[in-house]
Design a binder for this molecule. Sequence first.
Ligand SMILES: Cc1cc2nc3c(=O)[nH]c(=O)nc-3n(C[C@H](O)[C@H](O)[C@H](O)COP(=O)(O)O)c2cc1C
Length: 384
Amino acid sequence: MAALDDCYNIADIRRAAKRRLPKSLFEFIDRATEDELAVRNNREGFERWRILPRAPLDVSKRELGTTLFGKPVSMPMAIAPTGAAGLMWYEAELCLARAAKAAGIPYTMATGSMVAFERVAKEVGGRLWFQLYVWPERSITYDLVRRVAAAGAEVLQVTVDTPVPPNREYNTRNGFGLPFRPTLANMTDMTLHPRWLVGTLLKYLLEDGMPKMRNHPAEFNNARTRPTIAPRLTLSDTVDLAEIKRLRDIFPGKLLVKGIMHPADAVACMDAGADGVVVSNHGGRNLDAAMATIDALPGIAAAIGGRGTIILDSGVRRGLDILKAVALGANAVQTGRATLWAAGAGGEPGVARALALFRHELDTAMANSGARTIEEITADLLVR
Ligand SMILES: Cc1cc2nc3c(=O)[nH]c(=O)nc-3n(C[C@H](O)[C@H](O)[C@H](O)COP(=O)(O)O)c2cc1C
């Protein structure tokens, strides 16, 4: 684990993941869509905001804890859903859930996971949230929602920003997709990353063949029945407010709509029965001209702040970004790439390291800005 000890920020963790993972996997995490403008703009959005710090002030007693949905979290943060996480590290979903639980924050499992939600609930527990992609065939979708509810999912994040597959040309070039397309280039790439090959892929192969999508219906993972069911498990392009209302009726826990950028949509989701929204452009992975989420946040906070829970993601790399998001009206942030790079770099200790870095950076940012509690992180600390 010496490599992890040498990681002093998320950029170091990203470099460690790059060393361990085959190029096709690293690019699947790291890159975005088309000309990759949105992913850059998310960062530039954060960088445009500056802090007007308050001092002199006794900041010796600082408290990073707050609440989400009425329950305590150790800092205003959760782990975002990332599909195929289990390809980065053997059963990475368990690593992410364990590290989140130990750090006192929620973990959101993606629909497309290599470990079943029930298993994470049984073996790890903690605050488990679930991300839903609505499939065209609603009955299979609702079966999954009932399954995760029965297993104790506290929150359902319904993703609404991906009605069609985005254009990610590098994935096609790299042969990265379902089914996986072996080429001389990607086979060589895997061989050149023996720590991943032996520690991750080989473990799956020896145990039960190629890694499988464990939240999908069993027919999806059976070679004989897969051709029939796979087309029924594509992205649905008909998810509307009526669908949000139906999911509200089916899922007994808290409902977050993920991928909201427009204040009017945030209001409409709340009116449809949601408990809040995730202000997200999917980490810049879908719509390349999407505005930065930190710039969309103030409008959404003005529209639903105080009424619904607001979580922001896309571009969070530093504790300072958490402070800026909270100042502009978010109850918390969630991280996709940062914690997934960490899982790819070092499994559970990797994710624990990333979360500890975020915590340390947020603590430093608060002290130097003159905010002793999360409530004291207010909009008047920020200037453009
Ligand atoms: C590799 C990868 C896979 C993802 N898979 C999903 C997914 O299955 N469902 C979803 O709603 N969001 C998915 N996301 C988006 C994240 O939930 C989150 O919105 C985004 O990563 C936040 O931006 P960040 O990576 O800059 O933190 C994925 C992101 C990455 C990087």
